[in-house]
Design a protein around this ligand. Structure first.
Ligand code: NAD
Length: 486
């Protein structure tokens, strides 16, 4: 069994108290690691290391060298690819192909893309008139914001954590990361990479532990932390915002979603079925951009429901590397209980269960794992709990619609506004829908097709701010004006 420690000032350390918590496999509930449980002492040490690094070698390093170092981080992740894939598989139990082809490569890309952004970015300049006629020049400079608290979730842990650490370091900041208590392994492993390529001590720090009244909250309340970037649930975002308010610490939030998938009758049918299937069930439905509400134009409704049902019923449960396995467990027993309680609620509120709705029959060795069936419902009103609340599981409700106006109103009738996937061959309609739907990201005839230069984030209660490409600079740098009198 593995022991996972904090990574503070370039060294792996246990908690001062010696306290640890258990990490169990989602596949079979077996104990796979004991993880150091950080508290105020570890957060204080990590913040102190990050502050010292901010004033030390890291701030004196040329941009060219910093950029080269972040490329080296990406290359070292690629060299240690199998270790990262194995660590992520152990923590999440998700299929090998998802982790190896999508999540871990994106983790490496997150360092390269932002290193290249910072190399090429320009700032504005204004010449101005002055009363004495001599004039003045204004220009802007970008400086690192300082110590960034990075609080990340468990659903694609390495990708989501590096999506924040990459731009933060590229902009010259230092970080204190609190990975999810469910997925500590890849954040810990990244410390070895930082040391291997010579990133100065204290630039990248990791404190493991829990959220409320624990390591997570202590970071958000710490005077030595200048800004907080957070991905997770909307209600956690609200708690962090309150904690950050005392120190006027800036926040960037990527929060929950209750995303609509919209299928028009003129779509490419097979592509739409495949796209909606992936958007609802990839990563066992644990994707913030995933679809939990599906609206299908009435003439296509029955055929679509049947085709999606077939896809759900053909998933192959299994361990990450089992031959043909394409569907993993939920992250934990706790999350399984939550998802199953929604499954029960759907039935209690009158849903027709098209498929799934419970725990799949599995071999004895997996019986203790966090497995649930992919589940589809129809027949619920829009007021039903499972149509309104984010479940973050492998499930969706499907409802027919008759017009563009109707489906736009249905899609927008939710407090979240993260993403939408729309399936149609009518270009005019695609543009109208993209213009009307209240979300941060609209995919037309695709889903989760990501160009890392684009603004990423949620509208409404799905987030605050945008990250990606040059947009990340808005959060990770302090933009300052310099005015020179001629
Ligand atoms: P969560 O909010 O429970 O936890 C996220 C992180 O916050 C964890 O590290 C946790 O320990 C920490 N935390 C919890 N309470 C805290 C507090 N009071 N102070 C400081 N830290 C605290 O979220 P989760 O269950 O890990 O992740 C699932 C959620 O994340 C879903 O709602 C999903 O939609 C969202 N998500 C959003 C995006 C996006 O880009 N918008 C991406 C992935 C996941």
């Amino acid at each position: 069994m593995q022991t996972i420690q904090h990574f503070i000032n370039g060294e792996y350390t246990p908690s001062a108290s010696g306290q640890t918590f258990e990490k169990r496999s989602p596949l079979d509930n077996r104990l796979i690691a004991r993880v150091a449980e950080g508290g105020q002492a570890e957060v204080d040490a990590a913040v102190a290391a990050a502050r010292a690094a901010l004033r030390g070698d890291w701030s004196r390093m040329s941009t060219e060298k910093r950029v080269a170092m972040l490329h080296a981080v990406a290359d070292e992740i690629t060299r240690r690819f199998d270790d990262f894939v194995a660590a992520e598989e152990a923590d999440t139990g998700q299929p090998h192909h998802v982790i190896a082809h999508a999540f871990v490569p994106r983790g490496a890309a997150n360092f390269k893309i932002f290193a290249d952004v910072i190399k090429n970015v320009a700032t504005e300049a204004f010449q101005m008139d002055t009363p004495d006629g001599r004039g003045a020049l204004n220009y802007a400079i970008r400086k690192p914001k300082g110590v960034i608290g990075v609080i990340s979730p468990w659903n694609a842990p390495f990708l989501l954590m590096t999506w924040k650490v990459g731009p933060a370091l590229a902009c010259g900041n230092t970080v204190v990361v609190k990975p999810s208590e469910e997925t500590p392994a890849t954040a810990a492993l990244l410390g070895e990479v930082m040391n291997a390529v010579g990133v100065p001590k204290g630039v990248y720090n990791v404190v493991h532990g829990f959220g409320p009244a624990a390591a997570g909250e202590f970071i958000t309340r710490h005077d030595g932390v200048d800004a907080i970037t957070f991905t997770g649930e909307t209600r956690t975002g609200a708690a962090i915002m309150k904690a950050a308010a005392d120190g006027i610490r800036d926040v960037s939030f990527e929060l929950g979603g209750k995303n609509a998938g919209i299928v028009f009758a003129d779509c490419d049918f097979d592509a739409a079925v495949d796209g909606i299937f992936r958007s609802a069930f990839l990563n066992t439905g644990q994707v913030c951009l995933g679809t939990e509400r599906v609206y299908v134009e009435r003439p296509l409704f029955d055929r679509f429901v049947q085709a999606l049902k077939l896809r759900c019923e053909s998933v192959k449960y299994g361990r990450p590397k089992d031959a043909g396995a394409n569907y993993g467990p939920l992250i934990s027993q706790e999350h399984k209980r939550k998802v199953l309680s929604y499954y029960e609620r759907a039935v209690a509120e009158g849903a027709t269960v098209v498929t799934g709705g419970g725990v799949p029959p599995l071999p004895a060795e997996l019986a203790e794992g966090a497995w649930v069936q992919p589940t589809m419902w129809t027949g619920l009103p829009e007021t039903a709990t499972v149509v309104r609340e984010e479940i973050f599981g492998p499930c969706c409700h499907l409802r027919p619609f008759d017009s563009e106006e109707e489906v736009l109103a249905l899609a927008n009738d939710n407090r979240y506004g993260l993403s939408t996937t729309i399936w149609t061959r009518d270009l005019g309609r695609a543009h109208r829908m993209a213009d009307g739907v209240e979300v941060g990201i609209t995919w037309i005839n695709s889903w989760f097709l990501r160009d890392l230069r684009t603004p990423f984030g949620g509208s409404k209660q799905s987030g605050i701010g945008r990250e990606g490409g040059v947009h990340s600079l808005e959060f990770y740098t302090d933009l300052r004006n310099v005015c020179i009198k001629y």
